[in-house]
Design a binder for this molecule. Structure first.
Ligand SMILES: C[S@@+](CC[C@H](N)C(=O)[O-])C[C@H]1O[C@@H](n2cnc3c(N)ncnc32)[C@H](O)[C@@H]1O
Length: 795
């Protein structure tokens, strides 16, 4: 038997229904209906199948044992469970059967769809959708949990790798649902669980008072799920829906689509948090219509573990020629999702609901979206960061210790593949005239020396180059290049640029000591020490660099950082090629008008520094001038969980030529530069940020005589009505000191809060940055890496 052959980016599974299974005849070549269907799916080009684990026979037996339908029509009685009925001495036989089942849960052979290992190979099992793990009836919930455990145990027996759980339907009992999922993750240690979750809560379209959309009067027998239970055998899957309680629904304004999406996401956030971010727990995102119309609304799922995407034929619309296509925002979402290599489950695609909708048209269209996905195209194109970084996405790398450690030749070789960095350096040097001596400080294996020579030659100038390197191993390579290529145009000097002496001062000091956050590989300290080598009017390339931050959500990175269970690992800034990451901040000021852009500048370093106090050797007396602090204010438009901060840098080599990994600017400044991935500052505890809240991030660059380190902290706020709480202006409030990046540098909401009535002090502080608005503090993280206890860079 040939095995499944998953494609590179997405895999496409066929959704098989009970009705499909019941209609298949067994043949000599396919001994069971499932084998026939899976073979058929493989021939049609699917990568796998997704099918219910249990049959209607199981549903019937469980319902008869565990539920008591009532003929009175009274809703309360309808949802009485078997145990309640036992108390009322009804139907003792059924109760006895149920007790026997609870004591030893076992299936009859006709209650399951698969019985053989070869049927289960390449299959994803859908757990009985009618199990209500979050119903308001305690007894039904308990019995549903037993049934779920029974199904998972059976799926495990068949070596099924992933089971898709019924969707949470009832926000009020989401904690009960989450507890059960967590219990299942513990009891089925080799099974992956995916939670089916509609992205959109359609109760917006229902009468909020109708029994199906409220908790009161809701029952398994009267719920949409059970009413649709007969459709388990039909070709289209039923889409379970989230029930929002009456109190949540009875808001004075109708919910916006985004609020509904936030509600779905919040349910997921609660479940995965209660399951402690278990890496075996993922999402089967259900894209059953209605779906949001605006592109980007689905973007928040990009930071989540979406392993499956449920895509029914009804989500497709017909194009002008009658072929099935997806609405624009869903197209964008599917294209972007390719980065996460999802398994797309196509369902109902043989029902012929589109004029030209042969079954193949749907998967061909998905393959077209895959081919035209910007993520896939970038990854396939050589020379792009995405292509270069294959296999490194979301992989945490400890940053380099460039001063304490000596780089390996292979590391230099990787840098040297960069098609942009060296070109930009050469361009800068080629623009200068009137110089005669250059120093390349930190020459490595010599690529910048070679570029300097090339620029000098291109512009028909004469100039001499000193090349300084402290890595003894790289110095051997430099000697070889000097002997064979550069000859007397270059003089090599072995040693630390902060101590070494040159025969003369130079016109241009060229260096590349930059880290992902600009200064995090100690370029400021090294160049401070090397400025002695420069003539008074000499220039440094780079002439300045800035560090930038944005708040991010990524359960993957959070899980990676804490995987060793050592808290210290959550206080290390990591180098990471981001993929399953969502930036939480919006652009613009937020309700206070005081927030900055999505990604904000922290601080800047300039070379040469003019104002530093120097000793007799021309070296700074202390390193305190390289300390920095920034307080940044971000508007958070949509609810999310803060897992860390994304760090970027931008460098001005000279005038308008630079290097940048700032996501919004890199393509204009240094497109396809490969040398740097961003920095990830993790948070030890995820911090929930509500929609339309404000996040204030404090970050410090601190130093003593031996080390440099970062500390970071965040606080979250909601906006209150400032005019209710304090004066509209406060002349006694001192002006806020601003960094040269235009951000407040020392203010703290507590230090700078104006005096308010004592009874209001505890929960509300006036926004120190704008006396017109009040901020209500709702949470904060701990101070990370205090005193450099977990991570530092050695001087
Ligand atoms: C990021 S590598 C750049 C190498 C090379 N210039 C390039 O662009 O490929 C930085 C180099 O500077 C060297 N380096 C770092 N600090 C130094 C110091 N204080 N004195 C001399 N060399 C230093 C390192 O050993 C390393 O070779």
């Amino acid at each position: 038997m040939s095995s499944w052959n998953p494609s590179q980016y997405s895999s496409i599974s066929a959704h098989l229904t009970l009705s499909d299974i019941s209609q298949v005849q067994t043949t000599e070549s396919h001994e069971t209906p499932i084998l026939g269907l899976t073979s058929d799916a493989r021939e049609k080009g699917y990568d796998g199948v997704c099918l219910p684990l249990t049959t209607d026979a199981w549903k019937k037996r469980w319902t008869n044992m565990c539920l008591v339908p009532s003929s009175s029509g009274d809703e309360r009685k309808k949802r009485e469970s078997r145990r309640e009925s036992k108390l009322m001495s009804r139907d003792a036989t059924a109760e006895k059967k149920a007790e026997v089942w609870r004591a030893k849960p076992v299936f009859e052979a006709d209650e399951v769809t698969m019985t053989r290992l070869d049927e289960a190979e390449g299959s994803t099992a859908i757990i009985s959708e009618w199990l209500e793990l979050d119903t308001d009836d305690d007894w039904i919930r308990f019995d549903a949990e037993i049934a779920l455990q029974q199904e998972l145990s059976y799926a495990s027996y068949l070596n099924i790798q992933t089971a898709i759980l019924p969707a949470p339907r009832n926000r009020q009992y989401a904690t009960c649902y989450a507890r059960v999922v967590n219990a299942c993750l513990q009891s089925s240690p080799f099974m992956n669980l995916a939670i089916r979750l509609p992205v959109y809560d359609p109760n917006i379209a229902q009468d909020p008072l109708s029994p199906t959309s409220s908790l009161s009067g809701r029952s398994l027998l009267s719920s949409p799920t059970i009413q649709r239970s007969s459709s388990l055998g039909s070709s289209l899957p039923s889409t379970p829906r989230l029930v929002v309680s009456q109190s949540l629904q009875s808001t004075s304004h109708p919910k916006t689509l985004e609020e509904h999406i936030d509600a779905s996401w919040e349910t997921w956030d609660l479940i995965r948090s209660l399951c402690d971010y278990n890496p075996r727990l993922s999402l089967a995102l259900d894209l059953t219509p209605p779906l949001p119309n605006s592109p980007g609304v689905l973007g928040k799922w990009s930071a989540e573990a979406v392993r499956y995407i449920f895509l029914p034929a009804s989500t497709f619309i017909a194009n002008a020629k009658g072929y099935p296509v997806l609405p624009k925002p869903t197209q964008i979402f599917i294209r972007d999702s390719m980065a996460h290599r999802p398994n797309i489950i196509l369902s109902g695609v043989s029902s012929g609901i589109h004029a030209k909708g042969t079954e193949a048209a749907y998967s061909q269209y998905i393959r077209h979206l895959e081919r035209t996905s910007p993520v896939v195209q970038a990854a396939e194109k050589s020379g792009t960061v995405e292509n270069f970084a294959q296999g490194y996405q979301d992989y945490l790398q400890a940053p380099l210790q460039p001063l304490m450690d000596n780089l390996q030749s292979i590391t230099y070789q990787t840098f040297e593949q960069d098609p942009v960095k060296y070109k930009n350096y050469e361009e800068v040097i080629a623009t200068f005239s009137g110089f005669s001596v250059v120093c390349v400080a930190g020459a490595g294996r010599g690529p910048l020396v070679a570029r300097c020579l090339s620029a000098i030659q291109r512009s028909n100038r004469e100039a001499f180059i000193y090349a300084v390197e402290k890595n003894p191993n790289a110095f051997v390579t430099l000697q070889g290049r000097q002997r064979n290529e550069w000859k007397d145009k270059v003089q090599l000097l072995f040693g630390d640029m902060r101590m070494i002496e040159l025969p003369e001062q130079v016109d241009i000091l060229v260096s590349e000591l930059l880290g992902s956050f600009g200064d995090n590989e100690l370029s400021p300290e090294c160049l401070d020490g090397a400025m002695r080598l420069l003539k008074p009017d000499g220039i440094s390339i780079p002439s300045s660099y800035t560090a930038h931050l944005a708040p991010l959500s990524s359960s993957k990175l959070y899980n990676e950082a804490r995987s060793t269970k050592d808290d210290k690992n959550l206080e290390i800034p990591y180098v990471v090629m981001f993929q399953a990451v969502n930036l939480l901040s919006g652009n613009g000021g937020g309700p206070s008008g005081q927030c900055g852009p999505q990604i904000q500048e922290c601080w800047e370093f300039e070379h040469p520094r003019k104002e530093t106090v120097l000793n007799s050797q021309g070296l700074p007396l202390t390193n305190s001038h390289n300390s920095r602090f920034a307080k940044l204010r971000f508007h958070i438009p949509h609810a999310g969980v803060l897992h860390g901060l994304a760090g970027y840098f931008e460098a001005v080599l000279y005038r308008n030529i630079g290097l940048s990994i700032h996501p919004h600017r890199k393509d204009q400044i240094s497109k396809d530069m490969l040398s740097w991935f961003p920095l990830f500052f993790p948070f030890k505890e995820p911090l929930y940020l509500p929609s339309n809240s404000e996040l204030q991030v404090s970050i410090w660059r601190l130093t003593n005589q031996r080390q440099v380190w970062y500390e970071w902290h965040a606080e979250s706020f909601l906006y209150g009505l400032g005019s209710d709480i304090g004066p509209t202006s406060n002349p006694s409030t001192p002006p806020i000191p601003m960094s040269n990046a235009g951000v407040p540098v020392t203010a703290s909401p507590l230090i700078d809060a104006v005096d308010i009535a004592p009874e209001r002090r505890t929960s509300v502080v006036l926004d120190p940055f704008s006396t017109r608005r009040a901020l209500i503090k709702i949470g904060h993280t701990s101070l990370h890496n205090a005193g450099g206890r977990s991570s530092w860079i050695g001087l």
